[in-house]
Design a protein around this ligand. Structure first.
Ligand SMILES: N[C@@H](CCC(=O)N[C@@H](CS)C(=O)NCC(=O)O)C(=O)O
Length: 205
């Protein structure tokens, strides 16, 4: 079985993938980096991820970067965990939509909120359109069923749930009942709680 290693920093977006690894339930190693010490800009790490960003995942000889891609990859690589929607399933398209919605719509909408631009861009030029549209679309999706894919919890919930949780934590997303219920439900998952506890143990003092 090829070894899994997560290049991780606490706190950071790599916690999304730590949670995903806990959901998958396969053994993995952590390679902890200190962003404040600049470990992510050192040549040995740039050889793993030339972007100098965490997370990165090594699985045998394969290196995957970008949190949402790592979640997608893990869900497909370990189908027994039932965290993916297989290619043969017509629901795969919707599943992929949510996986991409995280980094292409939700995250930029949040970061633009945190760091407003000097000039208001035309909504047509923004991949996410408008902050309000992103939130309305998400509220409609997470308010109807327990998870984005209905009763099935998937990698898409790890990606979208992490974004919503982070946004609400920093008051960049309003605490609409649909969001607090959804994130509350996800936060009760044993894998999420394990990931948080393990990060707490490892976190630099
Ligand atoms: N698009 C990347 C973003 C990753 C990212 O920005 N990670 C931050 C930590 S939250 C980082 O590595 N920052 C260190 C730096 O840029 O020097 C992903 O989704 O994985």
């Amino acid at each position: 079985m090829p070894k899994l290693t997560l290049y991780h920093a606490i706190p950071s977006r790599s916690s999304i993938t730590r949670w995903m690894l806990e959901e998958v339930g396969e053994p993995y190693d952590i390679h902890l980096l200190s962003l404040s010490a600049g470990d992510n800009r050192k040549p040995d790490y740039l050889a793993i991820n030339p972007m100098g960003k965490v997370p990165a995942l090594k699985h045998g000889d394969v290196v995957v970067t970008e949190a949402a891609a790592i979640c997608t990859y893990l869900a497909d690589a370990f189908p027994n965990a039932a965290l993916n929607v297989p290619v043969s399933d017509p629901r795969r398209g919707i599943y992929l939509k949510w996986l991409f919605f995280g980094p292409s719509c939700l995250e930029p909408a949040i970061t633009d909120r945190a760091f407003p631009r000097k000039e208001e861009p035309r909504p047509g030029m923004l991949g996410y359109g408008s902050y309000d549209t992103v939130l309305d679309v998400l509220a409609g999706a997470v308010g109807k069923t327990p998870y984005l894919m209905g009763d099935q919890f998937t990698a898409a919930d790890v990606v979208i749930g992490s974004g919503l949780r982070w946004g609400m934590m920093f008051n960049l997303i309003p605490e609409r009942p649909a969001f607090t219920d959804y994130v509350g439900r996800l936060s009760q998952r044993p894998a999420f709680r394990r990931a948080e506890a393990k990060d707490k143990e490892l976190a630099p003092a």
